[in-house]
Design a protein around this ligand. Sequence first.
Ligand code: FPP
Ligand code: MG
Length: 333
Amino acid sequence: MTWVVEQKRSWAEWAAMRVLQVGPIPTHLAVIMDGNRRYARQKQRDTLSGHTQGFHKLAEVLSWCRDLGIRHVTAYAFSIENFKRSKSEVDGLLNLAKEKFALILEEQDKLAEHGVCISFLGKLSLLPESIQKMAAQAMLATRHNNQFFLNLAVAYTGSEEITSAVQELAVGVAEDRLKSSDVNEEALEACLYGSGNRDPDLLVRTSGEHRLSDFLLWQSAYSCLFFTKVLWPDFSIWHLFGAVFFYQRQYHTLAAARREALAQRCRTIEERDLEQCRSQHGDKVTHEHLAAQVAARTARLQSFLDHRKKQQLAYLYKLSSLTVMEQENKVEE
Ligand code: FPP
Ligand code: MG
């Protein structure tokens, strides 16, 4: 089993791809890979073999996405809620994760050849240390690849992600790096685990469940949601084509809604800036006051985010267990 599946497409698959490529192709696909256990039960196999099949399907889906032109994929691999499953299933899933994260390191040359950058979204500290270390090593080993971006949501929930972003901003305010009035949608978004990723255009959930299960709550506000009955290990390239076709039919409506929401966000931020300025200068607010206020807020946020990025990189080096001296050299880079 590999992360980089190389399959020959049938002529029918190529033809369908070409037709779809006439329309808009999602840049970012998010997947809730549901139905592994039901698949295992149907085949009278054990639960873990369902999850192993699920991993293999993920690797296959990545190769279809590469061929189709989808360059960002976020997969829900292990929710914080999943820790509540039986000990044997949790242990099995964590061992599978360990094996596959180790495979990322073994396959780093192949991943670099395909430009695959792998990131982890989630509260890594909830995972066993050996897995945290591998995840950090995998992120560091692939972080300069820039053709295809895979985000694995592990020990993740959207509510925890938003809470942790709010906590980071609160610390920023407490340490005087930010003012409380700097906390807005833009600042919160920049503190989410997958900040820097564009929001998913299309979110697919398999197995017939019609809910988000705390996945990408913030980011999926304007995503096209596609639910299909097929169990994840049975998901085929034709199901992906169906999902992309569904996305294409909704594309204009969703794009307009997203544009409107973005414009509304800008207006809200402008209004808050104006209010803030009025509280300082009363009715004598000028364009210069406002421009200075926006510039100062933007500079504070940028410096806070630069600091955060350095801290995160230092944390990754610490997890990956390099020596202190090596860590310092890397953080300086
Ligand atoms: C949901 O199906 C699936 C999971 C909780 C695990 C998903 C993990 C994988 C597909 C393996 C990926 C592995 C790595 C290392 C990235 P379910 O267990 O809820 O099945 P059910 O809905 O039939 O009960
Ligand atoms: Mg399930």
